[in-house]
Ligand binder design. Sequence first.
Ligand code: ADP
Ligand code: MG
Length: 258
Amino acid sequence: MNANAEGQALVRIADLHKSYGPAIKVLRGLDIEMKPGERVVVIGPSGGGKSTLLRVVMGLEEIQGGSVSFAGRPYISVQGGKTQIDTEVRKKIGMVFQHYTLFPHLSVMQNLTLAPCKVNGESRAKATERGRAILARFGLEAKTDAYPSQLSGGQKQRVAIARALMLDPQLMLFDEVTSALDPELVAEVEAVILQLAAQGMPMMMVTHDMWFARNVASRVIFCAGGVVVEDGPPEQVLGNPREDRTREFIERVFHIKG
Ligand code: ADP
Ligand code: MG
């Protein structure tokens, strides 16, 4: 069977259960199906499990039940109470976090080439050439030899995105990548993500910027209480939600409750 046949999900999250210890049940039977080329924005209350969800999809967390599949292949599952993670599939996914994660003792180019050279055995010359091309695309050529401490927050996040792209991901996860930035630096990072979106990169992201969500999303998913409450096009979920819980959240976020 062709794993990418039309209608086939790129990511299928099925009945996902995730707890931190016995007391903190974060995800309680969550289902999401993401088609190829989709850009899914996940919104929901703080502490509702959005970061946990992305970390699970990235293969960074143990889960207690359910599964996650990529292009028809289950790569995260639970067998005999133990979480099984297929690292070959996980390699196809890139993630950028809210807090800066560049290696502080490495230059921008060294940050970009470390994993391709060390993990994938790519030659330094080849990786450097690809790194230069990505930095140029993001307007960061002048920062090739800079160290993270010499970069603005916006530049750091753009480098973090460039670093993730060096591994040729087939899916990108962005967890509030602009939340720690000064307001005037948000646009340059969002522009890079919009550029990736325009090139067809599938992505799943969490953002509090509703303007950006509306611009980038092909689908918006409102999660609360560890399950999907509403899932639909941005015009519906952000503009005219069907569920009361979504409407209350949107009204609070936009401060429009009368
Ligand atoms: P969101 O990103 O939606 O704000 P999170 O996924 O960060 O929510 O957190 C969901 C819940 O899980 C919160 O109650 C949080 O305190 C808890 N949590 C997150 N990470 C951990 C952890 N490593 N250990 C224990 N509890 C955690
Ligand atoms: Mg979070």
